[in-house]
Design a protein around this ligand. Sequence first.
Ligand SMILES: C[S@@+](CC[C@H](N)C(=O)[O-])C[C@H]1O[C@@H](n2cnc3c(N)ncnc32)[C@H](O)[C@@H]1O
Length: 286
Amino acid sequence: MLHLQDRVAREVSPGGGIFALLPDDVQAAARGATPEEIASSALNVLIRPQPEEIHPAGRMLMNACLGATWLCAFEEVGLPRNLRAFEPCAGSSEPILLATEVHSGGTGSYVTLNLNRPLAAQLRDKLAKLRMDWEIIEDYAQLADTHLEPGTFDVACFHHAVNDILQTAVSEPRGMDTRNVDWWPNERQMIEWLAEDHGAGRLGERARPALVEAVAQACELVKPGGYLIFDHWTWVKYQSVAWFPFQLFSDLIPMAREWILAADLPVAEQALEGRDPRWWMCLRRG
Ligand SMILES: C[S@@+](CC[C@H](N)C(=O)[O-])C[C@H]1O[C@@H](n2cnc3c(N)ncnc32)[C@H](O)[C@@H]1O
């Protein structure tokens, strides 16, 4: 864990590979942070669920730190330098793009399948300093094979994406247009519907099939010997938020693991150093 914390802190500090890619305002926050603040920002993304209080620089650096944790995972499983990475459900979130760019020195490539348009527009605005090829395709992760060739990716990264797929699967049949809604003001409703379906034992109707199909499609995209990596995180403070299904959101990776195992996909799990299997899952494609 100490090794990972140091590595994450180095990556997001001035001189680090991830630091170099950050927008100017985030770089300014990193320059203004003390070494102790940077170290606590790094630790914050390694502890799950995450501590309640985090200083402003830590907030600014959170996605950069998350990106560094993924970079460490890419290195640990030995992904090729010029890797091709697939990410379902990027939203406006850049950690996987940062990790792919740094791991490849700008020679890699990245594709996300993502539905929500306003979030995708925000993501595009964050990528000015990236050199590698990247593409945002607006469609369901479950329809990956209509856009992308099988066996052409080194890794599929489900970064905090299990909940995204489940939330969308239970919200669209209730009439929510998840492509066009302003995501954050509507997310509470999506999570409440997910909790409702979970409580009623209804995840098997739409949520589970959507997730299993998205993973099966990702499995087809990844070359034999490549990887499917998943993580999830949540804040400790949500434990006391009445509407938030904290237990469910702490069990998303174990639940996905159980469903994937039952789907009999050609994958085998392997451990990642310093990562709790409750919050991380690394599957090697057979
Ligand atoms: C809040 S963003 C999450 C970004 C990122 N996963 C993270 O947590 O940092 C959720 C995104 O997932 C997308 N999404 C949800 N279900 C999807 C699906 N089945 N296929 C493609 N995109 C999906 C949404 O449209 C939205 O853009």
